[in-house]
Design a binder for this molecule. Sequence first.
Ligand code: FAD
Length: 433
Amino acid sequence: MEKKFDVVVIGGGAGGMCAAALLAHAGLKVLLTEKRRYLGGRFSTVDHDGFQCAAGGIAVQVNGQLESVCQEIGVESGVNPVTSAAYWIAGEYHEIPLEGGSLRATIKALADSEDEAARVSAAVSDAFRWLPPSDAITFREWLDQYTSNERIHGIFQATIASLLTVNADELPAAEYFNLIKAIAPLRFGYVEGGSLRLWERMADFIKQRGGEVWTRCAVAKIAVEQGRVSGVICRKGGTDVRINAPVIVSDTGPERTVELAGSTHFERSHLARLQTDLTPTTIFWLHFASEALLVDYSAIAVCGARRVNMLDVPSMECPGVAPPGQHLYTAGAAPLRQGEPLDVAAEMDLILADLRDIIPEFDSRCRVLSKSCFRGKWPGYRTKPGSPYPVRTPIRGLYNVGDACGPRGYAGSIGAAYSAKLARDDILASASQ
Ligand SMILES: Cc1cc2nc3c(=O)[nH]c(=O)nc-3n(C[C@H](O)[C@H](O)[C@H](O)COP(=O)(O)OP(=O)(O)OC[C@H]3O[C@@H](n4cnc5c(N)ncnc54)[C@H](O)[C@@H]3O)c2cc1C
């Protein structure tokens, strides 16, 4: 069986869905193939006992890259913004004002003296407004110059670990400032009913525009002829299907893209980067439920805990994610050292110990729904923040999208959506040349 499309998008994660929808919106005939039975990849939803739990990413930046793709193509994002947020620091909540300006106030509240507060705030302000630090030191080393106050370190660590999945002592110093500049004002929300609903709306849009979306359909090979892509071979319903297309967009990650096309087609420096720069990160995720609402904020940045860095309560903003009269919570955590061997059970015990500190009577009032560890080939982020891949590959017509390809400062689903825009722009510009 043979078919023909203008573009084949391999993988229905955030980057692939956005690329397919944007290219369909531009008038191209698009096929999106996804090997799993569901769309969304590491930003989807699974049903646990009536709770719509995040199978990966949960928080969408309000008015960020993903919402801007939705606005451009006219598809509802369904994002309900967080209406109450706080830092949790040693058992106390410090509210984060939604209109911004919270960082200076929080530093002031946590500092041991007015001098310390002024010194740290001035350093942060200079790095934003005059000159950011370089990548030669880590963020932790940068902040150590101005304070050794662990409570102040804790608020930066919670922000970095929850948004960038690495710890402050693993992050190139410049990347914190890149991130905050790129995504300010820092406001997030959750998709009503779960993120999968958004991908289903995008899939409907692609089909309305004459495209096709095939789930349970893995691409086995990207065909390359004379340095150009010519199509893919995928397995659909037990049959091998050859799809001819002059443009292929891969959301499978740069490493898998090379495997699918065959490494002999890639020039050597591209292959060398896979060894040096592709460093996937680990995230732990624990969903739990309660009948009574046990916290006052729907987004809590957890500072100074053993492992937990974020606690989201999506049911406070999106009642559709939990059965009536129940609440859904998602705790996110990162290991102390990315890239080192892990005892997953021991890490989960530390996460539970944190939750017992944060939520009084956790064991009697909460029910754990699921625990997961994202790492390796199904990671938190496909690469550590700070060394993104270009969307172009050395093979003409072959593009990468996804969270390895977001420009510096744009992480997670934000980077994945941005990479889709970059690929779309390049594909349309190349077609018009
Ligand atoms: C626990 C966790 C929490 C997170 N929290 C957030 C958050 O709150 N906010 C945020 O912005 N980001 C968050 N992230 C990061 C975010 O989820 C990811 O960065 C983003 O979803 C990655 O999208 P992607 O485009 O790279 O594709 P992926 O999600 O990696 O999807 C790739 C898709 O390709 C498919 N595929 C692979 N090979 C083939 C093949 N041969 N043929 C067909 N299909 C194939 C896969 O099945 C998959 O569906 C989180 C991640 C995790 C794991």
